[in-house]
Design a protein around this ligand. Sequence first.
Ligand SMILES: [Cu+2]
Length: 337
Amino acid sequence: MSRRPRQRGVRGPVVVARVLAVGIAVLALLAGGFVQSAAVRAQDASPTPVECDAPELPPGTPTPQMEGSPAALEGSPVAVSEETAEATPEAGTPADEATAAEITAAVENYVACFDSGDPAKYVALETENYWEENYGSGNPYDAVASESEGPSFTAELVSISNPMTYSDGRVSAEIEVVLGGHWYVHEIMYFVQDGEYWKLDQEVELAPEPEGDTAVVGVQLGSPEDEYTIIPNATSATQSPVLIFHATNAGQEAHELLVLRLPEGADPMGLLDGSVPFEQVEFIGAVFDIQPGGSQDLALVNLDPGDYTLICFVPSPDGTPHAALGMVTTFTVDAPA
Ligand SMILES: [Cu+2]
């Protein structure tokens, strides 16, 4: 659930996400009626809070070149195999009742550890395969360092369903979770048993489909005429429980769509020159690494009325962030009339 751009050899978003993340305040949990009713609806969600139970990480330190020093950020090679773990998992078998209960407990425990805000806890519940896929390093302390620099999200489980088992010993469940009160994520979590713990081995994102009145806004990233544009098909929407940005890449380079809440009246370009301090920026949600011709939905729930910044920080071939070349715009959520 690390919410980092996958490091498919594209270092820019990682670097900028790190830079962006520095100092972003812990997000307030804004569990509105929707999340609460959704939580009640969840069939398998535990009625009582689960306490995080994680093993200790073995002693260690981050890999020096990964530590986020300017030199490291600028270009030391990261050992990332380009297409490592995106292989399609095999079809599974529905879990029996006892196994389903174990899988549910594994999900709830991971989320409880994620929610503890201590990366050492949830990183200890991830496999080396997961670290490599998400952080480009098999060293857990690189994962801890990366997570420590990122925005700290609350995680609110909405549902756990479809527990499955696989011939290689892995298990999975489909989950819906709200991060930071707004970012609605739907994915399959795969776990591997390691001693007494089930560890997160892989995540596969699914299309988010939150329940509730939904506004859908198409967002075109790039165009044949101008690679560095973000063009929503509406500049505002009336507040509704669910807002989906359907992002489509019509350009030639990979793009991303980050949704941020800036202080009232702040110029988004201030994100690039430092005049808008990051601790005043709320990270709402994002979809990363959308390839040319591809599209992805970003589902946001319970947004307050106000202005939101849509922005892409992917670096162009010369290293300039797309935002500086024009990939930034404002979207307004209007209060209902
Ligand atoms: Cu871009």
